[in-house]
Design a protein. Structure first.
Length: 246
């Protein structure tokens, strides 16, 4: 068992006592005074502070850089363009024009220094053309219209085409025989009938009542329409018989 608290000794302390602290403060003040006296005495031997050294070094570096820049500018002296203010031109417009021309001159000088491949040049040219088309597509449309103007056909009102156009040029990878000029199935049959059979009275009557091809059905009379329908049925029957034989 430890000692009981009643047997412990209690130390008496005065809360208003300030003797020891005041002694410490007095000693600190004395040391500061002694240091200040020493610095005043040894002014010549005092060391330069670090911040002052850094400031002096920076000042030296800046002065060296400025001198180098001035030398470079003096070495490369080029011709400068004379800018004159135009009539009815404001000060703002004048300065803007100078800024634009100087920026273009700088870009040209940088381009001349750099080497560009032919592939890159062609790519840039194509890109520029695409941008032009995007900005004004109307010009491109006009150019294409002018190019194909000689291929346009002038068709009058009421003109009718009896057959499709014939191709004069031979298409690529095409056979020698023209498919458009192949003989029809009924052409041989009709020619044989005409040569073999002599014109009878009925045929003569039919030849008189033949209808002109150029005449349209809506302009025909009822008799002409009936004759046309009979002829049509006859041709269809001939076509069917020839198909069956083949």
């Amino acid at each position: 068992m430890g000692r009981l608290s009643r047997y412990k000794k209690t130390k008496s302390c005065d809360p208003f006592y300030k003797g020891a602290k005041s002694d410490v403060e007095a000693t600190q003040k004395n040391t500061k005074r002694s240091k200040s006296i020493d610095t005043e005495a040894d002014v010549d031997e005092q060391k330069m502070p670090r911040s002052m050294k850094l400031l002096l070094e920076r000042a030296k570096k800046l002065s060296v850089k400025k001198k180098k820049k001035l030398k470079r500018l003096d070495d490369k002296t080029g011709k400068t363009a004379l800018f004159k203010k135009k009539k009815d031109e404001s000060q703002r417009e004048y300065l803007y024009r100078i800024d634009q021309e100087t920026s273009l001159a700088v870009v040209d000088s940088l381009k001349s220094q750099k080497k560009m491949s032919d592939r890159r040049k062609s790519h840039l040219i194509k890109r520029k053309e695409k941008l032009k088309i995007k900005k004004c597509p109307e010009r491109v449309f006009q150019k294409t219209a002018v190019d194909f103007s000689h291929l346009k056909d002038d068709v009058r009102f009421g003109d009718v085409a009896s057959q499709p156009p014939m191709l004069t040029a031979k298409p690529r990878k095409a056979s020698l025989q023209d498919k458009g000029k192949s003989p029809l199935l009924l052409s041989s049959k009709l020619t044989q009938d005409k040569v073999s059979s002599k014109p009878t009275e009925d045929r003569k009557k039919q030849s008189k009542n033949l209808i002109v091809k150029a005449k349209r059905r809506k302009h025909m009379s009822e008799a002409e329409k009936a004759v046309m329908d009979k002829e049509r049925l006859r041709v269809i029957e001939l076509y069917r018989t020839s198909k069956k034989k083949a």
